[in-house]
Design a protein around this ligand. Sequence first.
Ligand code: SF4
Length: 309
Amino acid sequence: MYKSGKRYFDFKTYLINRFEEKVYKVTIDAGFSCPNRDGLVGFGGCVYCDGRGSRYRKNGKVIVPIEEQIKLGKEFYKKTQNAKKFFAYFQTFTNTYSDVKTLEKIYKIPLKDNEIVGISIGTRPDCIDNEKLDLIDSLNKYDKEIWIEYGLQSIHDSTLKFINRGHSLQQFIEAIELTTKKNIKICVHIIVGLPYENYDMIMETAQFVSKLPIHGLKIHCLLVLKGTLLEKIYQKEKFRLLTMDEYVKIVVDILEILPQNLVIQRLTADGYKDIFIAPEWAKNKLKVLNAINKELEDRNSYQGKFFKS
Ligand code: SF4
């Protein structure tokens, strides 16, 4: 059992262990675009991506300066949770998609804040190189925790092609190899329930991830959202979506084969209520999380039970 009472190593427990109190995530939209949307890699983006970005862009508002976003995020958690420590998450689109000088200016903003204990930079595996990683590594001088997050989604190139990811498994492997040479923590994202992926394919992705030299994992449930390419494919092909029971059992199967020290940052998808189409059950995040906890209890199981190094 972890401090949170969970049977898996959740991010909350990790942060409390590391920083001796609860740490709250402040999300940042630094104004980046995505090479899979603007034509550099592809057009239209990943089929499931709604392309709206942060709540600023969604509402057609101007993106406020990063300093202001941090201030607003911190104020919210201070007021509602009496928060004292924060983690800055560069979340919107591809947060390494610029030149090194610009990136340095942007990344430094939260690092100068004494209440921010770390940053996390979300990006694509084909949008990183040694120069950018050297820059990110150099941020360790601020004595904060530095994470990078790579979207993998699936190890199957046929699926990556179908969902229009615009990169291959090989590109992901190269990004991981480059990153492990630096002092940067790595979190990987995968999606469970991708069109035409069967159980074995999902577990092959999980097995692959379980052997990676990484520190964190986010497991997302595939959502069909209004206005996405996936919505059109779903309407036309009516591919099968997982039931909640199937999703829960698969997630627990995945947790069982992961190493115990891999931090689980996410176990389902979140938000999107205004453009949500399917699967209906995924709207209720808490219910899904409770069902995962119950399945672990019923099996008397835990993260890493069947991990093979
Ligand atoms: S890489 Fe991310 S931002 Fe770009 S299209 Fe895919 S999901 Fe959207």
